[in-house]
Design a protein around this ligand. Structure first.
Ligand SMILES: Nc1ncnc2c1ncn2[C@@H]1O[C@H](COP(=O)(O)OP(=O)(O)OP(=O)(O)O)[C@@H](O)[C@H]1O
Ligand SMILES: [Mg+2]
Length: 583
C-alpha cells in the first residue's frame, strides 16, 4: 500500500521533506522564546537592567518572526505536497478506471468509485498534510520542551512527566472509542453517497412513480445514521478538551505551588518558573495534537485501502503482446463458447455456443429477456472475455487483435446507450474524430436521424444535455446508431437499438442498411419479429443456448418459440397488429 501511494507522492518529495524541516525550525523558535522570557524576568526586570530587557526583547522579536516565517513556509510546502498528492491520486485512479473492462466495472459500483475519487481522496489529503506538519513537529516539540524543562528543574519537570503519562492514557482510551465510531461512520457515508447518486441519476423515475416521499425518507434515514454516529464520535473527541484543560490547570497549580516554595528557598528563579509554565502548555498541547494525528491516520487508513484497491486493480482485458492490427473481414465464428460473469457461478450464462456467420450476412437474434442475447454479442467486441472456447472475427481469435482495432471494426450500439453533453456533431464524432460534417450527415441519413435533426432550430449544432435528456428515446437510439455507423465498421451490432423507433422508421433504417452498407455484417437483436424477419438468418436464443438458427420461413415451420412469438405479435393471422407488433 505504501508503495502504491508513494508513487503518487514522489513528484512532491521536496515539498514533503521541506514541510517537517520548517516545522522543526518553528518548534526551535517556540522553545527559545520562553527561555528569553525567563531571562528578561531574571536578568532584566529583577536586576533593573533595561539594556538586557531591550536586547532580549529584540531577540524575541527576531525569533518570533523567524518562527512565523517557518510556520508559513511549512504550511505552504505542506499544502502543496498534500494537494499535489491528492491530484496525482485522482488522476492515477481516473486513468486506471479508463482501462477497466466491463468485468472490472461490475466489481466496483459506480457510487463506490465516485466516493473513492472524492471523499476518500480528501480524507487522505487531509491526513497527509497533518502527518507532514505534525508527525515530526509534535513529538519533537514535546521532547525538546521536556528536555529543556529537566535542565531547568528536574523536580518540576517530573510533574509534567506524570501528567503526560496520565493524559496519554486518557487520550488513548478516547481515541480508541472514537475510532470505533469513525470507522462505522465511513461505512454509513458510503450508503449515503450510494443513495444520493442513485436517486439523483434516476430522479425522473422517482417522479414518474411518485416515490419522492419514500426517497426522502430513505435519504433521511441514511443521513440520520451519519448524524448519530458523527455526534457520538465527536462527543468522544470533544472529551479531549476538558481532560486536557483539567490536566493543564492542575499542572499549572502544582508547578506554581512547588515553584513558589522553591523560589522562596532560592532553588528556582522567577524567570525560570515563567519559562516552565510556558513549556507546560507547550508539552500538553503537543500531546493532544499527537492524539489527533493518531485519530486522523487511523481514520484515513480505510480510505487509503479503498484508494489502493482502485489503483492496483488490473484491467481484466488487456492488449496481447504482438497484436493483430487488421481485421480481414466481418465473418464471426463461435467455437464451443461458454461464458460466466462470475467465475464461481454454477450455471453459465452462455452454454456451449457454436455459430458461424459469414461476412456481410444480416443476422437477427431473438429470445426472451434474460436469454443472454446481450451477453452473446458482447463477446464479439471483447467487452467481456469468454470463459471457455473461442470467438473468431475475420478468422482470428478476438484475443489476438489490438483492442482499439477490434472495437473500431466491431461497432456496437449498446442496449443501455448514452449520449454525452455536447452538440449533436460532437456526439457523432465519438464514432470517428475526423468525420467531416458530410460524413456525419450521411450516417444520420442511414440511421433516419436526419429528419428530426433538420427540424431542430440549430440542426447539427443542437446541444444535447447530459444523458441525452432533451431528445426522445427513439431519437436517441437513432443518434446512437449513426454514431456507431461513423466508425465504418466491418461488423455492426444493434442490441435492441430500434425498440423505441416506430415500425415505419425501423423498416426505413433496415432498407438503408441493406442498400448502403451491404458488405457490413449486421447483427440485430430485437423483440419485434418485424425487425428481423427479412434477415438472412435468425438465431433464437433460449436460456443461454442457441435454440435454432434459420430463415423466417424455416423457423416458422420448425421452431416453437419463434412461432409462438410470431403468433403473439400478429394475432395469429400473419399481419402485424396496429401496434406495429410491439409486445
Ligand atoms: N454484468 C452482469 N453481471 C452479472 N450477471 C449479468 C450481467 N449482465 C447480465 N447478467 C445475467 O446474465 C443473464 C443474461 O443476461 P443478458 O443481458 O445477456 O440477457 P438478454 O437476453 O440481453 O436480456 P434482455 O432481452 O432483457 O436484454 C441474465 O440472467 C442476467 O441476470
Ligand atoms: Mg439484452
Amino acid at each position: 500500500m505504501l508503495k502504491t501511494l508513494g508513487k503518487q507522492i514522489k513528484e512532491f518529495k521536496k515539498d514533503s521533506i521541506m514541510t517537517p524541516i520548517f516545522m522543526i525550525l518553528e518548534v526551535i523558535m517556540e522553545t527559545l522564546i520562553p527561555l528569553l522570557m525567563g531571562s528578561i524576568i531574571d536578568d532584566g526586570v529583577e536586576k533593573g537592567d533595561m539594556r538586557h530587557i531591550f536586547l532580549m526583547g529584540g531577540l524575541m522579536l527576531v525569533f518570533a518572526v523567524v518562527g512565523l516565517f517557518a510556520g508559513i513556509m511549512g504550511g505552504k510546502y505542506g499544502a502543496r505536497a498534500s494537494t499535489g498528492f491528492a491530484r496525482n491520486l485522482r488522476e492515477a485512479m481516473y486513468a486506471n478506471i479508463q482501462t477497466f473492462s466491463f468485468a472490472n466495472i461490475d466489481k466496483f459500483s459506480t457510487a463506490g468509485l465516485v466516493t473513492r475519487m472524492t471523499t476518500d481522496v480528501t480524507n487522505l489529503q487531509n491526513a497527509y498534510q497533518m502527518i507532514l506538519r505534525m508527525c515530526i513537529r509534535a513529538p519533537f516539540s514535546l521532547i525538546i520542551a521536556m528536555a529543556a524543562s529537566f535542565l531547568i528543574s528536574a523536580r518540576i519537570a517530573s510533574i509534567y512527566l506524570i501528567a503526560v503519562v496520565l493524559l496519554g492514557i486518557v487520550l488513548m482510551v478516547i481515541v480508541k472509542f472514537a475510532m470505533k465510531y469513525f470507522s462505522q461512520l465511513f461505512e454509513k457515508y458510503d450508503a449515503l453517497n450510494a443513495s444520493t447518486q442513485e436517486n439523483i441519476a434516476a430522479v425522473r423515475v422517482v417522479k414518474a412513480f411518485v416515490r419522492e416521499d419514500h426517497e426522502i425518507n430513505k435519504f433521511k434515514k441514511a443521513s440520520e445514521a451519519v448524524y448519530n454516529l458523527g455526534v457520538r464520535a465527536e462527543k468522544m473527541v470533544i472529551l479531549n478538551s476538558p481532560f486536557m484543560q483539567f490536566t493543564v490547570y492542575t499542572c499549572i497549580l502544582l508547578i506554581s505551588w512547588v515553584g513558589a516554595h522553591m523560589i522562596v528557598v532560592g532553588d528556582l528563579s522567577t524567570g525560570n518558573l515563567s519559562t516552565l509554565l510556558s513549556y507546560c502548555m507547550n508539552i500538553l498541547s503537543n500531546l493532544m495534537m499527537l492524539s489527533m494525528v493518531f485519530v486522523m491516520i487511523t481514520m484515513s487508513m480505510a480510505s487509503a485501502r479503498r484508494i489502493c484497491e482502485v489503483l492496483n486493480e488490473e484491467a481484466s482485458i488487456q492488449n496481447p503482446e504482438n497484436p493483430e492490427m487488421e481485421v480481414k473481414d466481418g465473418s464471426i465464428r463461435f467455437d464451443h463458447v461458454t461464458f460466466r460473469y462470475n467465475e464461481n457461478s454454477e450455471t453459465p450464462v452462455l452454454d456451449d455456443i457454436n455459430l458461424e456467420i459469414a461476412s456481410g450476412e444480416t443476422i437477427g437474434i431473438l429470445g426472451g429477456t434474460g436469454s443472454s442475447k446481450t451477453s452473446l454479442v458482447n463477446l464479439i467486441s471483447r467487452l467481456y472475455d469468454v470463459s471457455q472456447g473461442h470467438v473468431y472475427v475475420g478468422g482470428k481469435d478476438v484475443r489476438e487483435y489490438d483492442l482499439e482495432v477490434l472495437r473500431n471494426q466491431v461497432s456496437v450500439v449498446l442496449q443501455k446507450n448514452v449520449l454525452f453533453s455536447g452538440t449533436i456533431l460532437e456526439n457523432l464524432r465519438w464514432g470517428d474524430e475526423n468525420a467531416t460534417e458530410e460524413d456525419c450527415r450521411r450516417a444520420c441519413r442511414l440511421a433516419c436521424a436526419d429528419e428530426f435533426i433538420d427540424k431542430m432550430p440549430e440542426g447539427y449544432n443542437t446541444y444535447i444535455e447530459q444523458g441525452g435528456s432533451n431528445v426522445s428515446g427513439g431519437q436517441k437510439q437513432r443518434l446512437c446508431i449513426a454514431r456507431a455507423l461513423l466508425k465504418k465498421p466491418k461488423i455492426l451490432i444493434l442490441d435492441d437499438s430500434t425498440s423505441a423507433v416506430d415500425t415505419a422508421t425501423d423498416a426505413k433504417i433496415r432498407k438503408a442498411f441493406a442498400e448502403e452498407i451491404p458488405n457490413t455484417t449486421k447483427l440485430i437483436i430485437a423483440q419485434r419479429i418485424s425487425s428481423i424477419e427479412h434477415a438472412d438468418r435468425i438465431i433464437v436464443m433460449h436460456n443461454g443456448r442457441v435454440d435454432a438458427v434459420g430463415t423466417h420461413e424455416e423457423l416458422l415451420q420448425s421452431n416453437n418459440i419463434y412461432r409462438e412469438v410470431y403468433e403473439a405479435q400478429t394475432g395469429g393471422n400473419g399481419d402485424f397488429d396496429e401496434n406495429g407488433g410491439e409486445l
